[in-house]
Design a protein around this ligand. Structure first.
Ligand code: ATP
Length: 366
């Protein structure tokens, strides 16, 4: 296992900069998730680490050895792809054994390693089958197995679960994490799925247009998104972000827009003072909008009226789509509350949990 250091890496395709000045240090045994919308450069970055794509500038180090221009096969890296990339004419056993045979590992040893890996992945009963006789989930397990038998320094995953159905994705997610916990392998995992990123990464790197937007633990990113883009990208449903103006009224700071006039609690008010009379964005997670006053929340300061546009009952919660004077947002509400489409009701914002972003730079202020 290994540390990976990516220093100021840039990748140009002609005049187009796909990855811009990207730096990241990955500790031994970390499970890093690179996430971002389509075209943000995450696959390009992974391919540069693998040695499948040249680097325009910057350096990549694996275990204190510079590998920037080293051929892929010398880097001791294993990659798992979305399309499995299995050898179609070889059965599962031979797919798993292939890299070990190339290394001239003794036959008996290969047998032992393949059996152990197949058992670890629950594909021990299928070793004689060809890939086209396997389901998508089984194929992906074989692809995973092919990476594991090689005991590489670093595992790279490029959207490995995208071809699987939703239910299988959830169980494979847990399996990959379980294997990571057992083998403690340094891993870089690329996905466009924010939920996959939140549930799998010990650390998440969010990219947009080739640029890192935030590098943090899932908790940090959820609680303190670095900017408006991250706030809107991470979380399901995402954070509600709406324009507001900061006003001072009778000694209190208020977040004001057409449909709301909300009191900002004292500890946030200190940091928002320089923004009085300025236009900002206010972010409220769906769970921070309630239909009843909770704890020491003051009804007066946090109430607003909203029209119910849609009710999505999800069993353990209900998502209520609301509209207040043109602003649309979603609240996550206790399923026992009786809320119907077409009603105009009073809701409450947990302002102590609100996030504010600069109106111009869109960076987080509070
Ligand atoms: P996706 O989730 O859709 O795979 P991604 O974040 O992995 O997206 P990349 O595949 O890394 O994105 O591509 C980043 C950008 O670089 C895209 O705009 C893409 O069109 C461009 N790009 C990728 N490969 C090439 C290439 N060989 N030549 C020119 N442009 C490329």
């Amino acid at each position: 296992m290994a540390q990976v250091k990516i220093e100021n890496v840039t990748k140009n395709f002609g005049r187009f900069e796909a990855v811009k000045d990207f730096s990241l240090e990955i500790e031994d045994g970390e499970f890093i998730v690179l996430v971002g919308p389509s075209g943000c450069g995450k696959t390009t970055l992974l391919r540069m680490v693998a040695g499948l794509e040249t680097v325009t500038s910057g350096e990549i180090h694996i275990d204190n050895t510079e590998v920037t221009h080293m051929p892929a096969k010398k880097r001791d890296i294993a990659m798992v792809f979305q399309n499995y990339a299995l050898y179609p004419h070889m059965n599962v056993y031979d797919n798993l054994a292939f890299a070990l045979k190339l290394r001239k590992m003794p036959k008996a040893e290969i047998k032992e390693v393949v059996k152990k890996t197949a058992d670890l992945l629950g594909i021990g009963d299928f070793v004689n089958r060809l890939p086209n006789q396997l389901s998508g989930g089984q194929k992906q397990r074989v692809a995973l197995g092919r990476a594991i038998v090689r005991q590489p320094k670093v595992f790279l995953f490029d959207e490995p679960l995208s071809n699987l159905d939703a239910k299988l994705r959830v169980s494979m997610r847990a399996e990959i994490l379980d294997i990571h916990q057992r083998l403690n392998n340094t891993s870089i995992y690329v996905t466009h799925d924010q939920l996959e990123a939140m549930t799998m990464g010990t650390r998440i790197i969010i990219m947009k247009d080739g640029v890192v937007q935030q590098n943090g633990t899932p908790k940090e990113i959820y609680k303190h998104p670095a900017n408006k883009f991250v706030a809107g990208f991470m979380g399901s449903p995402a954070m509600n972000v709406m324009p507001c103006t900061i006003k001072e009224e009778a000694g209190n700071l208020m977040a004001v827009n057409k449909g709301m006039n909300l009191t900002i609690p004292a500890d946030q008010a200190d940091r928002l003072k320089p923004y009085v009379n300025q236009d900002l964005y206010m972010g409220l997670r769906p769970e921070h909008i309630t239909d009843s006053v909770v704890g020491d929340q003051k009804k007066n300061g946090s109430a607003f009226k909203a029209f119910v546009r849609l009710v999505e009952p999800l069993g353990s919660e209900q998502l209520i789509h609301l509209e207040a004077e043109g602003d649309r947002f979603i609240a996550r509400i206790d399923p026992r509350s009786l809320i119907n489409y077409g009603e105009t009701l009073e809701f409450y914002a947990r302002m102590e949990s609100a996030t504010f972003f600069d109106g111009k730079t869109e960076e987080r202020i509070v």
